[in-house]
Design a protein around this ligand. Structure first.
Ligand code: ARG
Length: 317
C-alpha cells in the first residue's frame, strides 16, 4: 500500500537526512499499514501504564487490602449463616412450643398401657384433649414410673400423666393440677389366702410397683418384706406363683390385672382414698393455669366422663 508519495518522501529525506527520513517513513508506513494495530498498541500502553502504577503500590498496602476484602467476605458469610441458624432455632422453638410432652409409665391399665405399639388409655386421651385445647401436639414418653416426676421437674417433659396420686411429698418437687380421678390402693391376694385386710399384712411378703404410693404404704407395714417391681403386673404374677403373699396397687389396674391372671382376688377392705392429678414443673405456672383451664372445660363439657366411660365399664366400678 505504499504510494508514490511515500517513495518520494523516502527519496527526498534519504538525501537530506537519513535518520529523520527513515523515521518519517516508518511513521507513515505504520499509520497506513497498521492503523488498527497501532490503536491496539495505544490501549496496550494504557494497560502497561496501569501495570506500572500497580507495580509502584507497596506490597504492604496490597496485603492490607486483601486482608480487608477477606474480612468483609467472611463477615458477609457469617451474617448469612447466623440468619439461617437463627431461623432454624426459631423453627425448632416454635416446634417445641407446639408439642406437649407427656411423661408416663405405660404399665397401668386402663390409664396407660400398650395396645400393640401404641400407648393408649384414660390418661392418654385426657392428655390429647388437653393438648387440643392448648392448640398443641401431644408426644408421649414412656419411662419407668420413678422417672416420671424427675422428667417433669427437670423440664424434659411438660406434664406427668401416670395415674399419679397427689401427695404432700410429691408437691415438694412439682405442682399438681386439679384432680381428675379418684382411686384407692387395694390388696390383691390368692383366692385361698388367709389375708383379709390391711391388718393381716404384718410380716408378709408384699409386692409393689417401685416408687408408687402402694410402695409407700407397704413400707409402713410392720415387719413386712417389700418386693419392688418395675411393673405392677410383675408383682401380680409373683403373687400368682406364690413367690409373695400380696400386692398393694391402685384399684383400677388391680381389676384389670386380676381379670388377666388366674386364682387371684381383690380384698374389699382397702387403704384410704387417693386422687390423681397432672404433674407440672414448679416454675411453670403458665402451663399449670392453662392445663387447669383445659381440664375444667373437659369436665364441664362431659368429655372427661366420656373418656373414662370408654375405658371403665359402669358395672366394673
Ligand atoms: N397412683 C400411684 C402413684 O401415684 C401409682 C401410679 C402408677 N402409675 C403408673 N403409670 N404406673 O404412686
Amino acid at each position: 500500500n505504499i504510494t508514490e508519495d511515500d517513495h518520494l518522501v523516502l527519496l527526498t529525506t534519504c538525501t537530506s537526512d537519513m535518520t529523520n527520513g527513515r523515521n518519517i517513513l516508518v511513521g507513515r508506513l505504520t499509520d497506513q499499514i497498521y492503523p488498527e494495530k497501532e490503536k491496539a498498541k495505544n490501549v496496550g500502553t494504557g494497560i502497561d501504564e496501569l501495570k506500572n502504577a500497580v507495580g509502584k503500590v507497596p506490597v504492604i498496602v496490597w496485603f492490607i487490602l486483601i486482608v480487608l476484602v477477606l474480612i468483609l467476605i467472611a463477615r458477609q458469610i457469617e451474617k448469612k449463616r447466623n440468619k439461617k441458624k437463627g431461623k432454624k432455632e426459631e423453627e425448632k422453638k416454635a416446634e417445641e412450643d407446639k408439642t406437649l410432652v407427656m411423661a408416663t409409665n405405660a404399665e397401668f391399665p386402663p390409664y396407660e398401657y400398650y395396645e400393640g405399639e401404641e400407648v393408649v388409655g384414660i390418661d392418654v386421651d385426657i392428655a390429647k384433649a388437653v393438648a387440643e385445647e392448648l392448640g398443641m401436639e401431644l408426644k408421649i414418653e414412656d419411662m419407668a414410673f420413678d422417672s416420671v416426676i424427675p422428667a417433669v421437674s427437670s423440664g424434659k417433659a411438660d406434664i406427668a400423666l401416670a395415674g399419679l396420686t397427689v401427695t404432700d411429698e410429691r408437691k415438694e418437687n412439682l405442682n399438681f393440677t386439679d384432680t381428675y380421678a379418684k382411686a384407692t390402693q387395694v390388696i390383691i391376694v390368692k383366692e385361698d389366702s388367709a389375708i383379709a385386710g390391711p391388718d393381716d399384712l404384718e410380716g408378709k411378703k408384699i409386692g409393689v410397683q417401685l416408687g408408687t404410693t402402694g410402695d409407700l404404704y407397704a413400707s409402713d407395714i410392720k415387719d413386712a418384706e417389700v418386693e419392688q417391681y418395675n411393673k405392677g403386673f410383675e408383682a401380680v404374677q409373683a403373687t400368682m406363683q406364690g413367690k409373695i403373699d400380696a400386692v398393694i396397687i391402685d384399684s383400677e389396674p388391680a381389676k384389670e390385672f386380676v381379670a388377666e391372671a388366674e386364682g387371684l382376688k381383690i380384698l374389699d377392705e382397702a387403704f384410704t382414698e387417693e386422687e390423681y392429678a397432672i404433674g407440672i414443673a414448679k416454675d411453670n405456672d403458665e402451663l399449670l393455669e392453662k392445663v387447669n383451664k383445659a381440664l375444667k372445660s373437659l369436665k364441664e363439657s362431659g368429655k372427661l366422663d366420656e373418656i373414662v366411660a370408654e375405658y371403665i365399664k359402669a358395672d366394673a366400678e
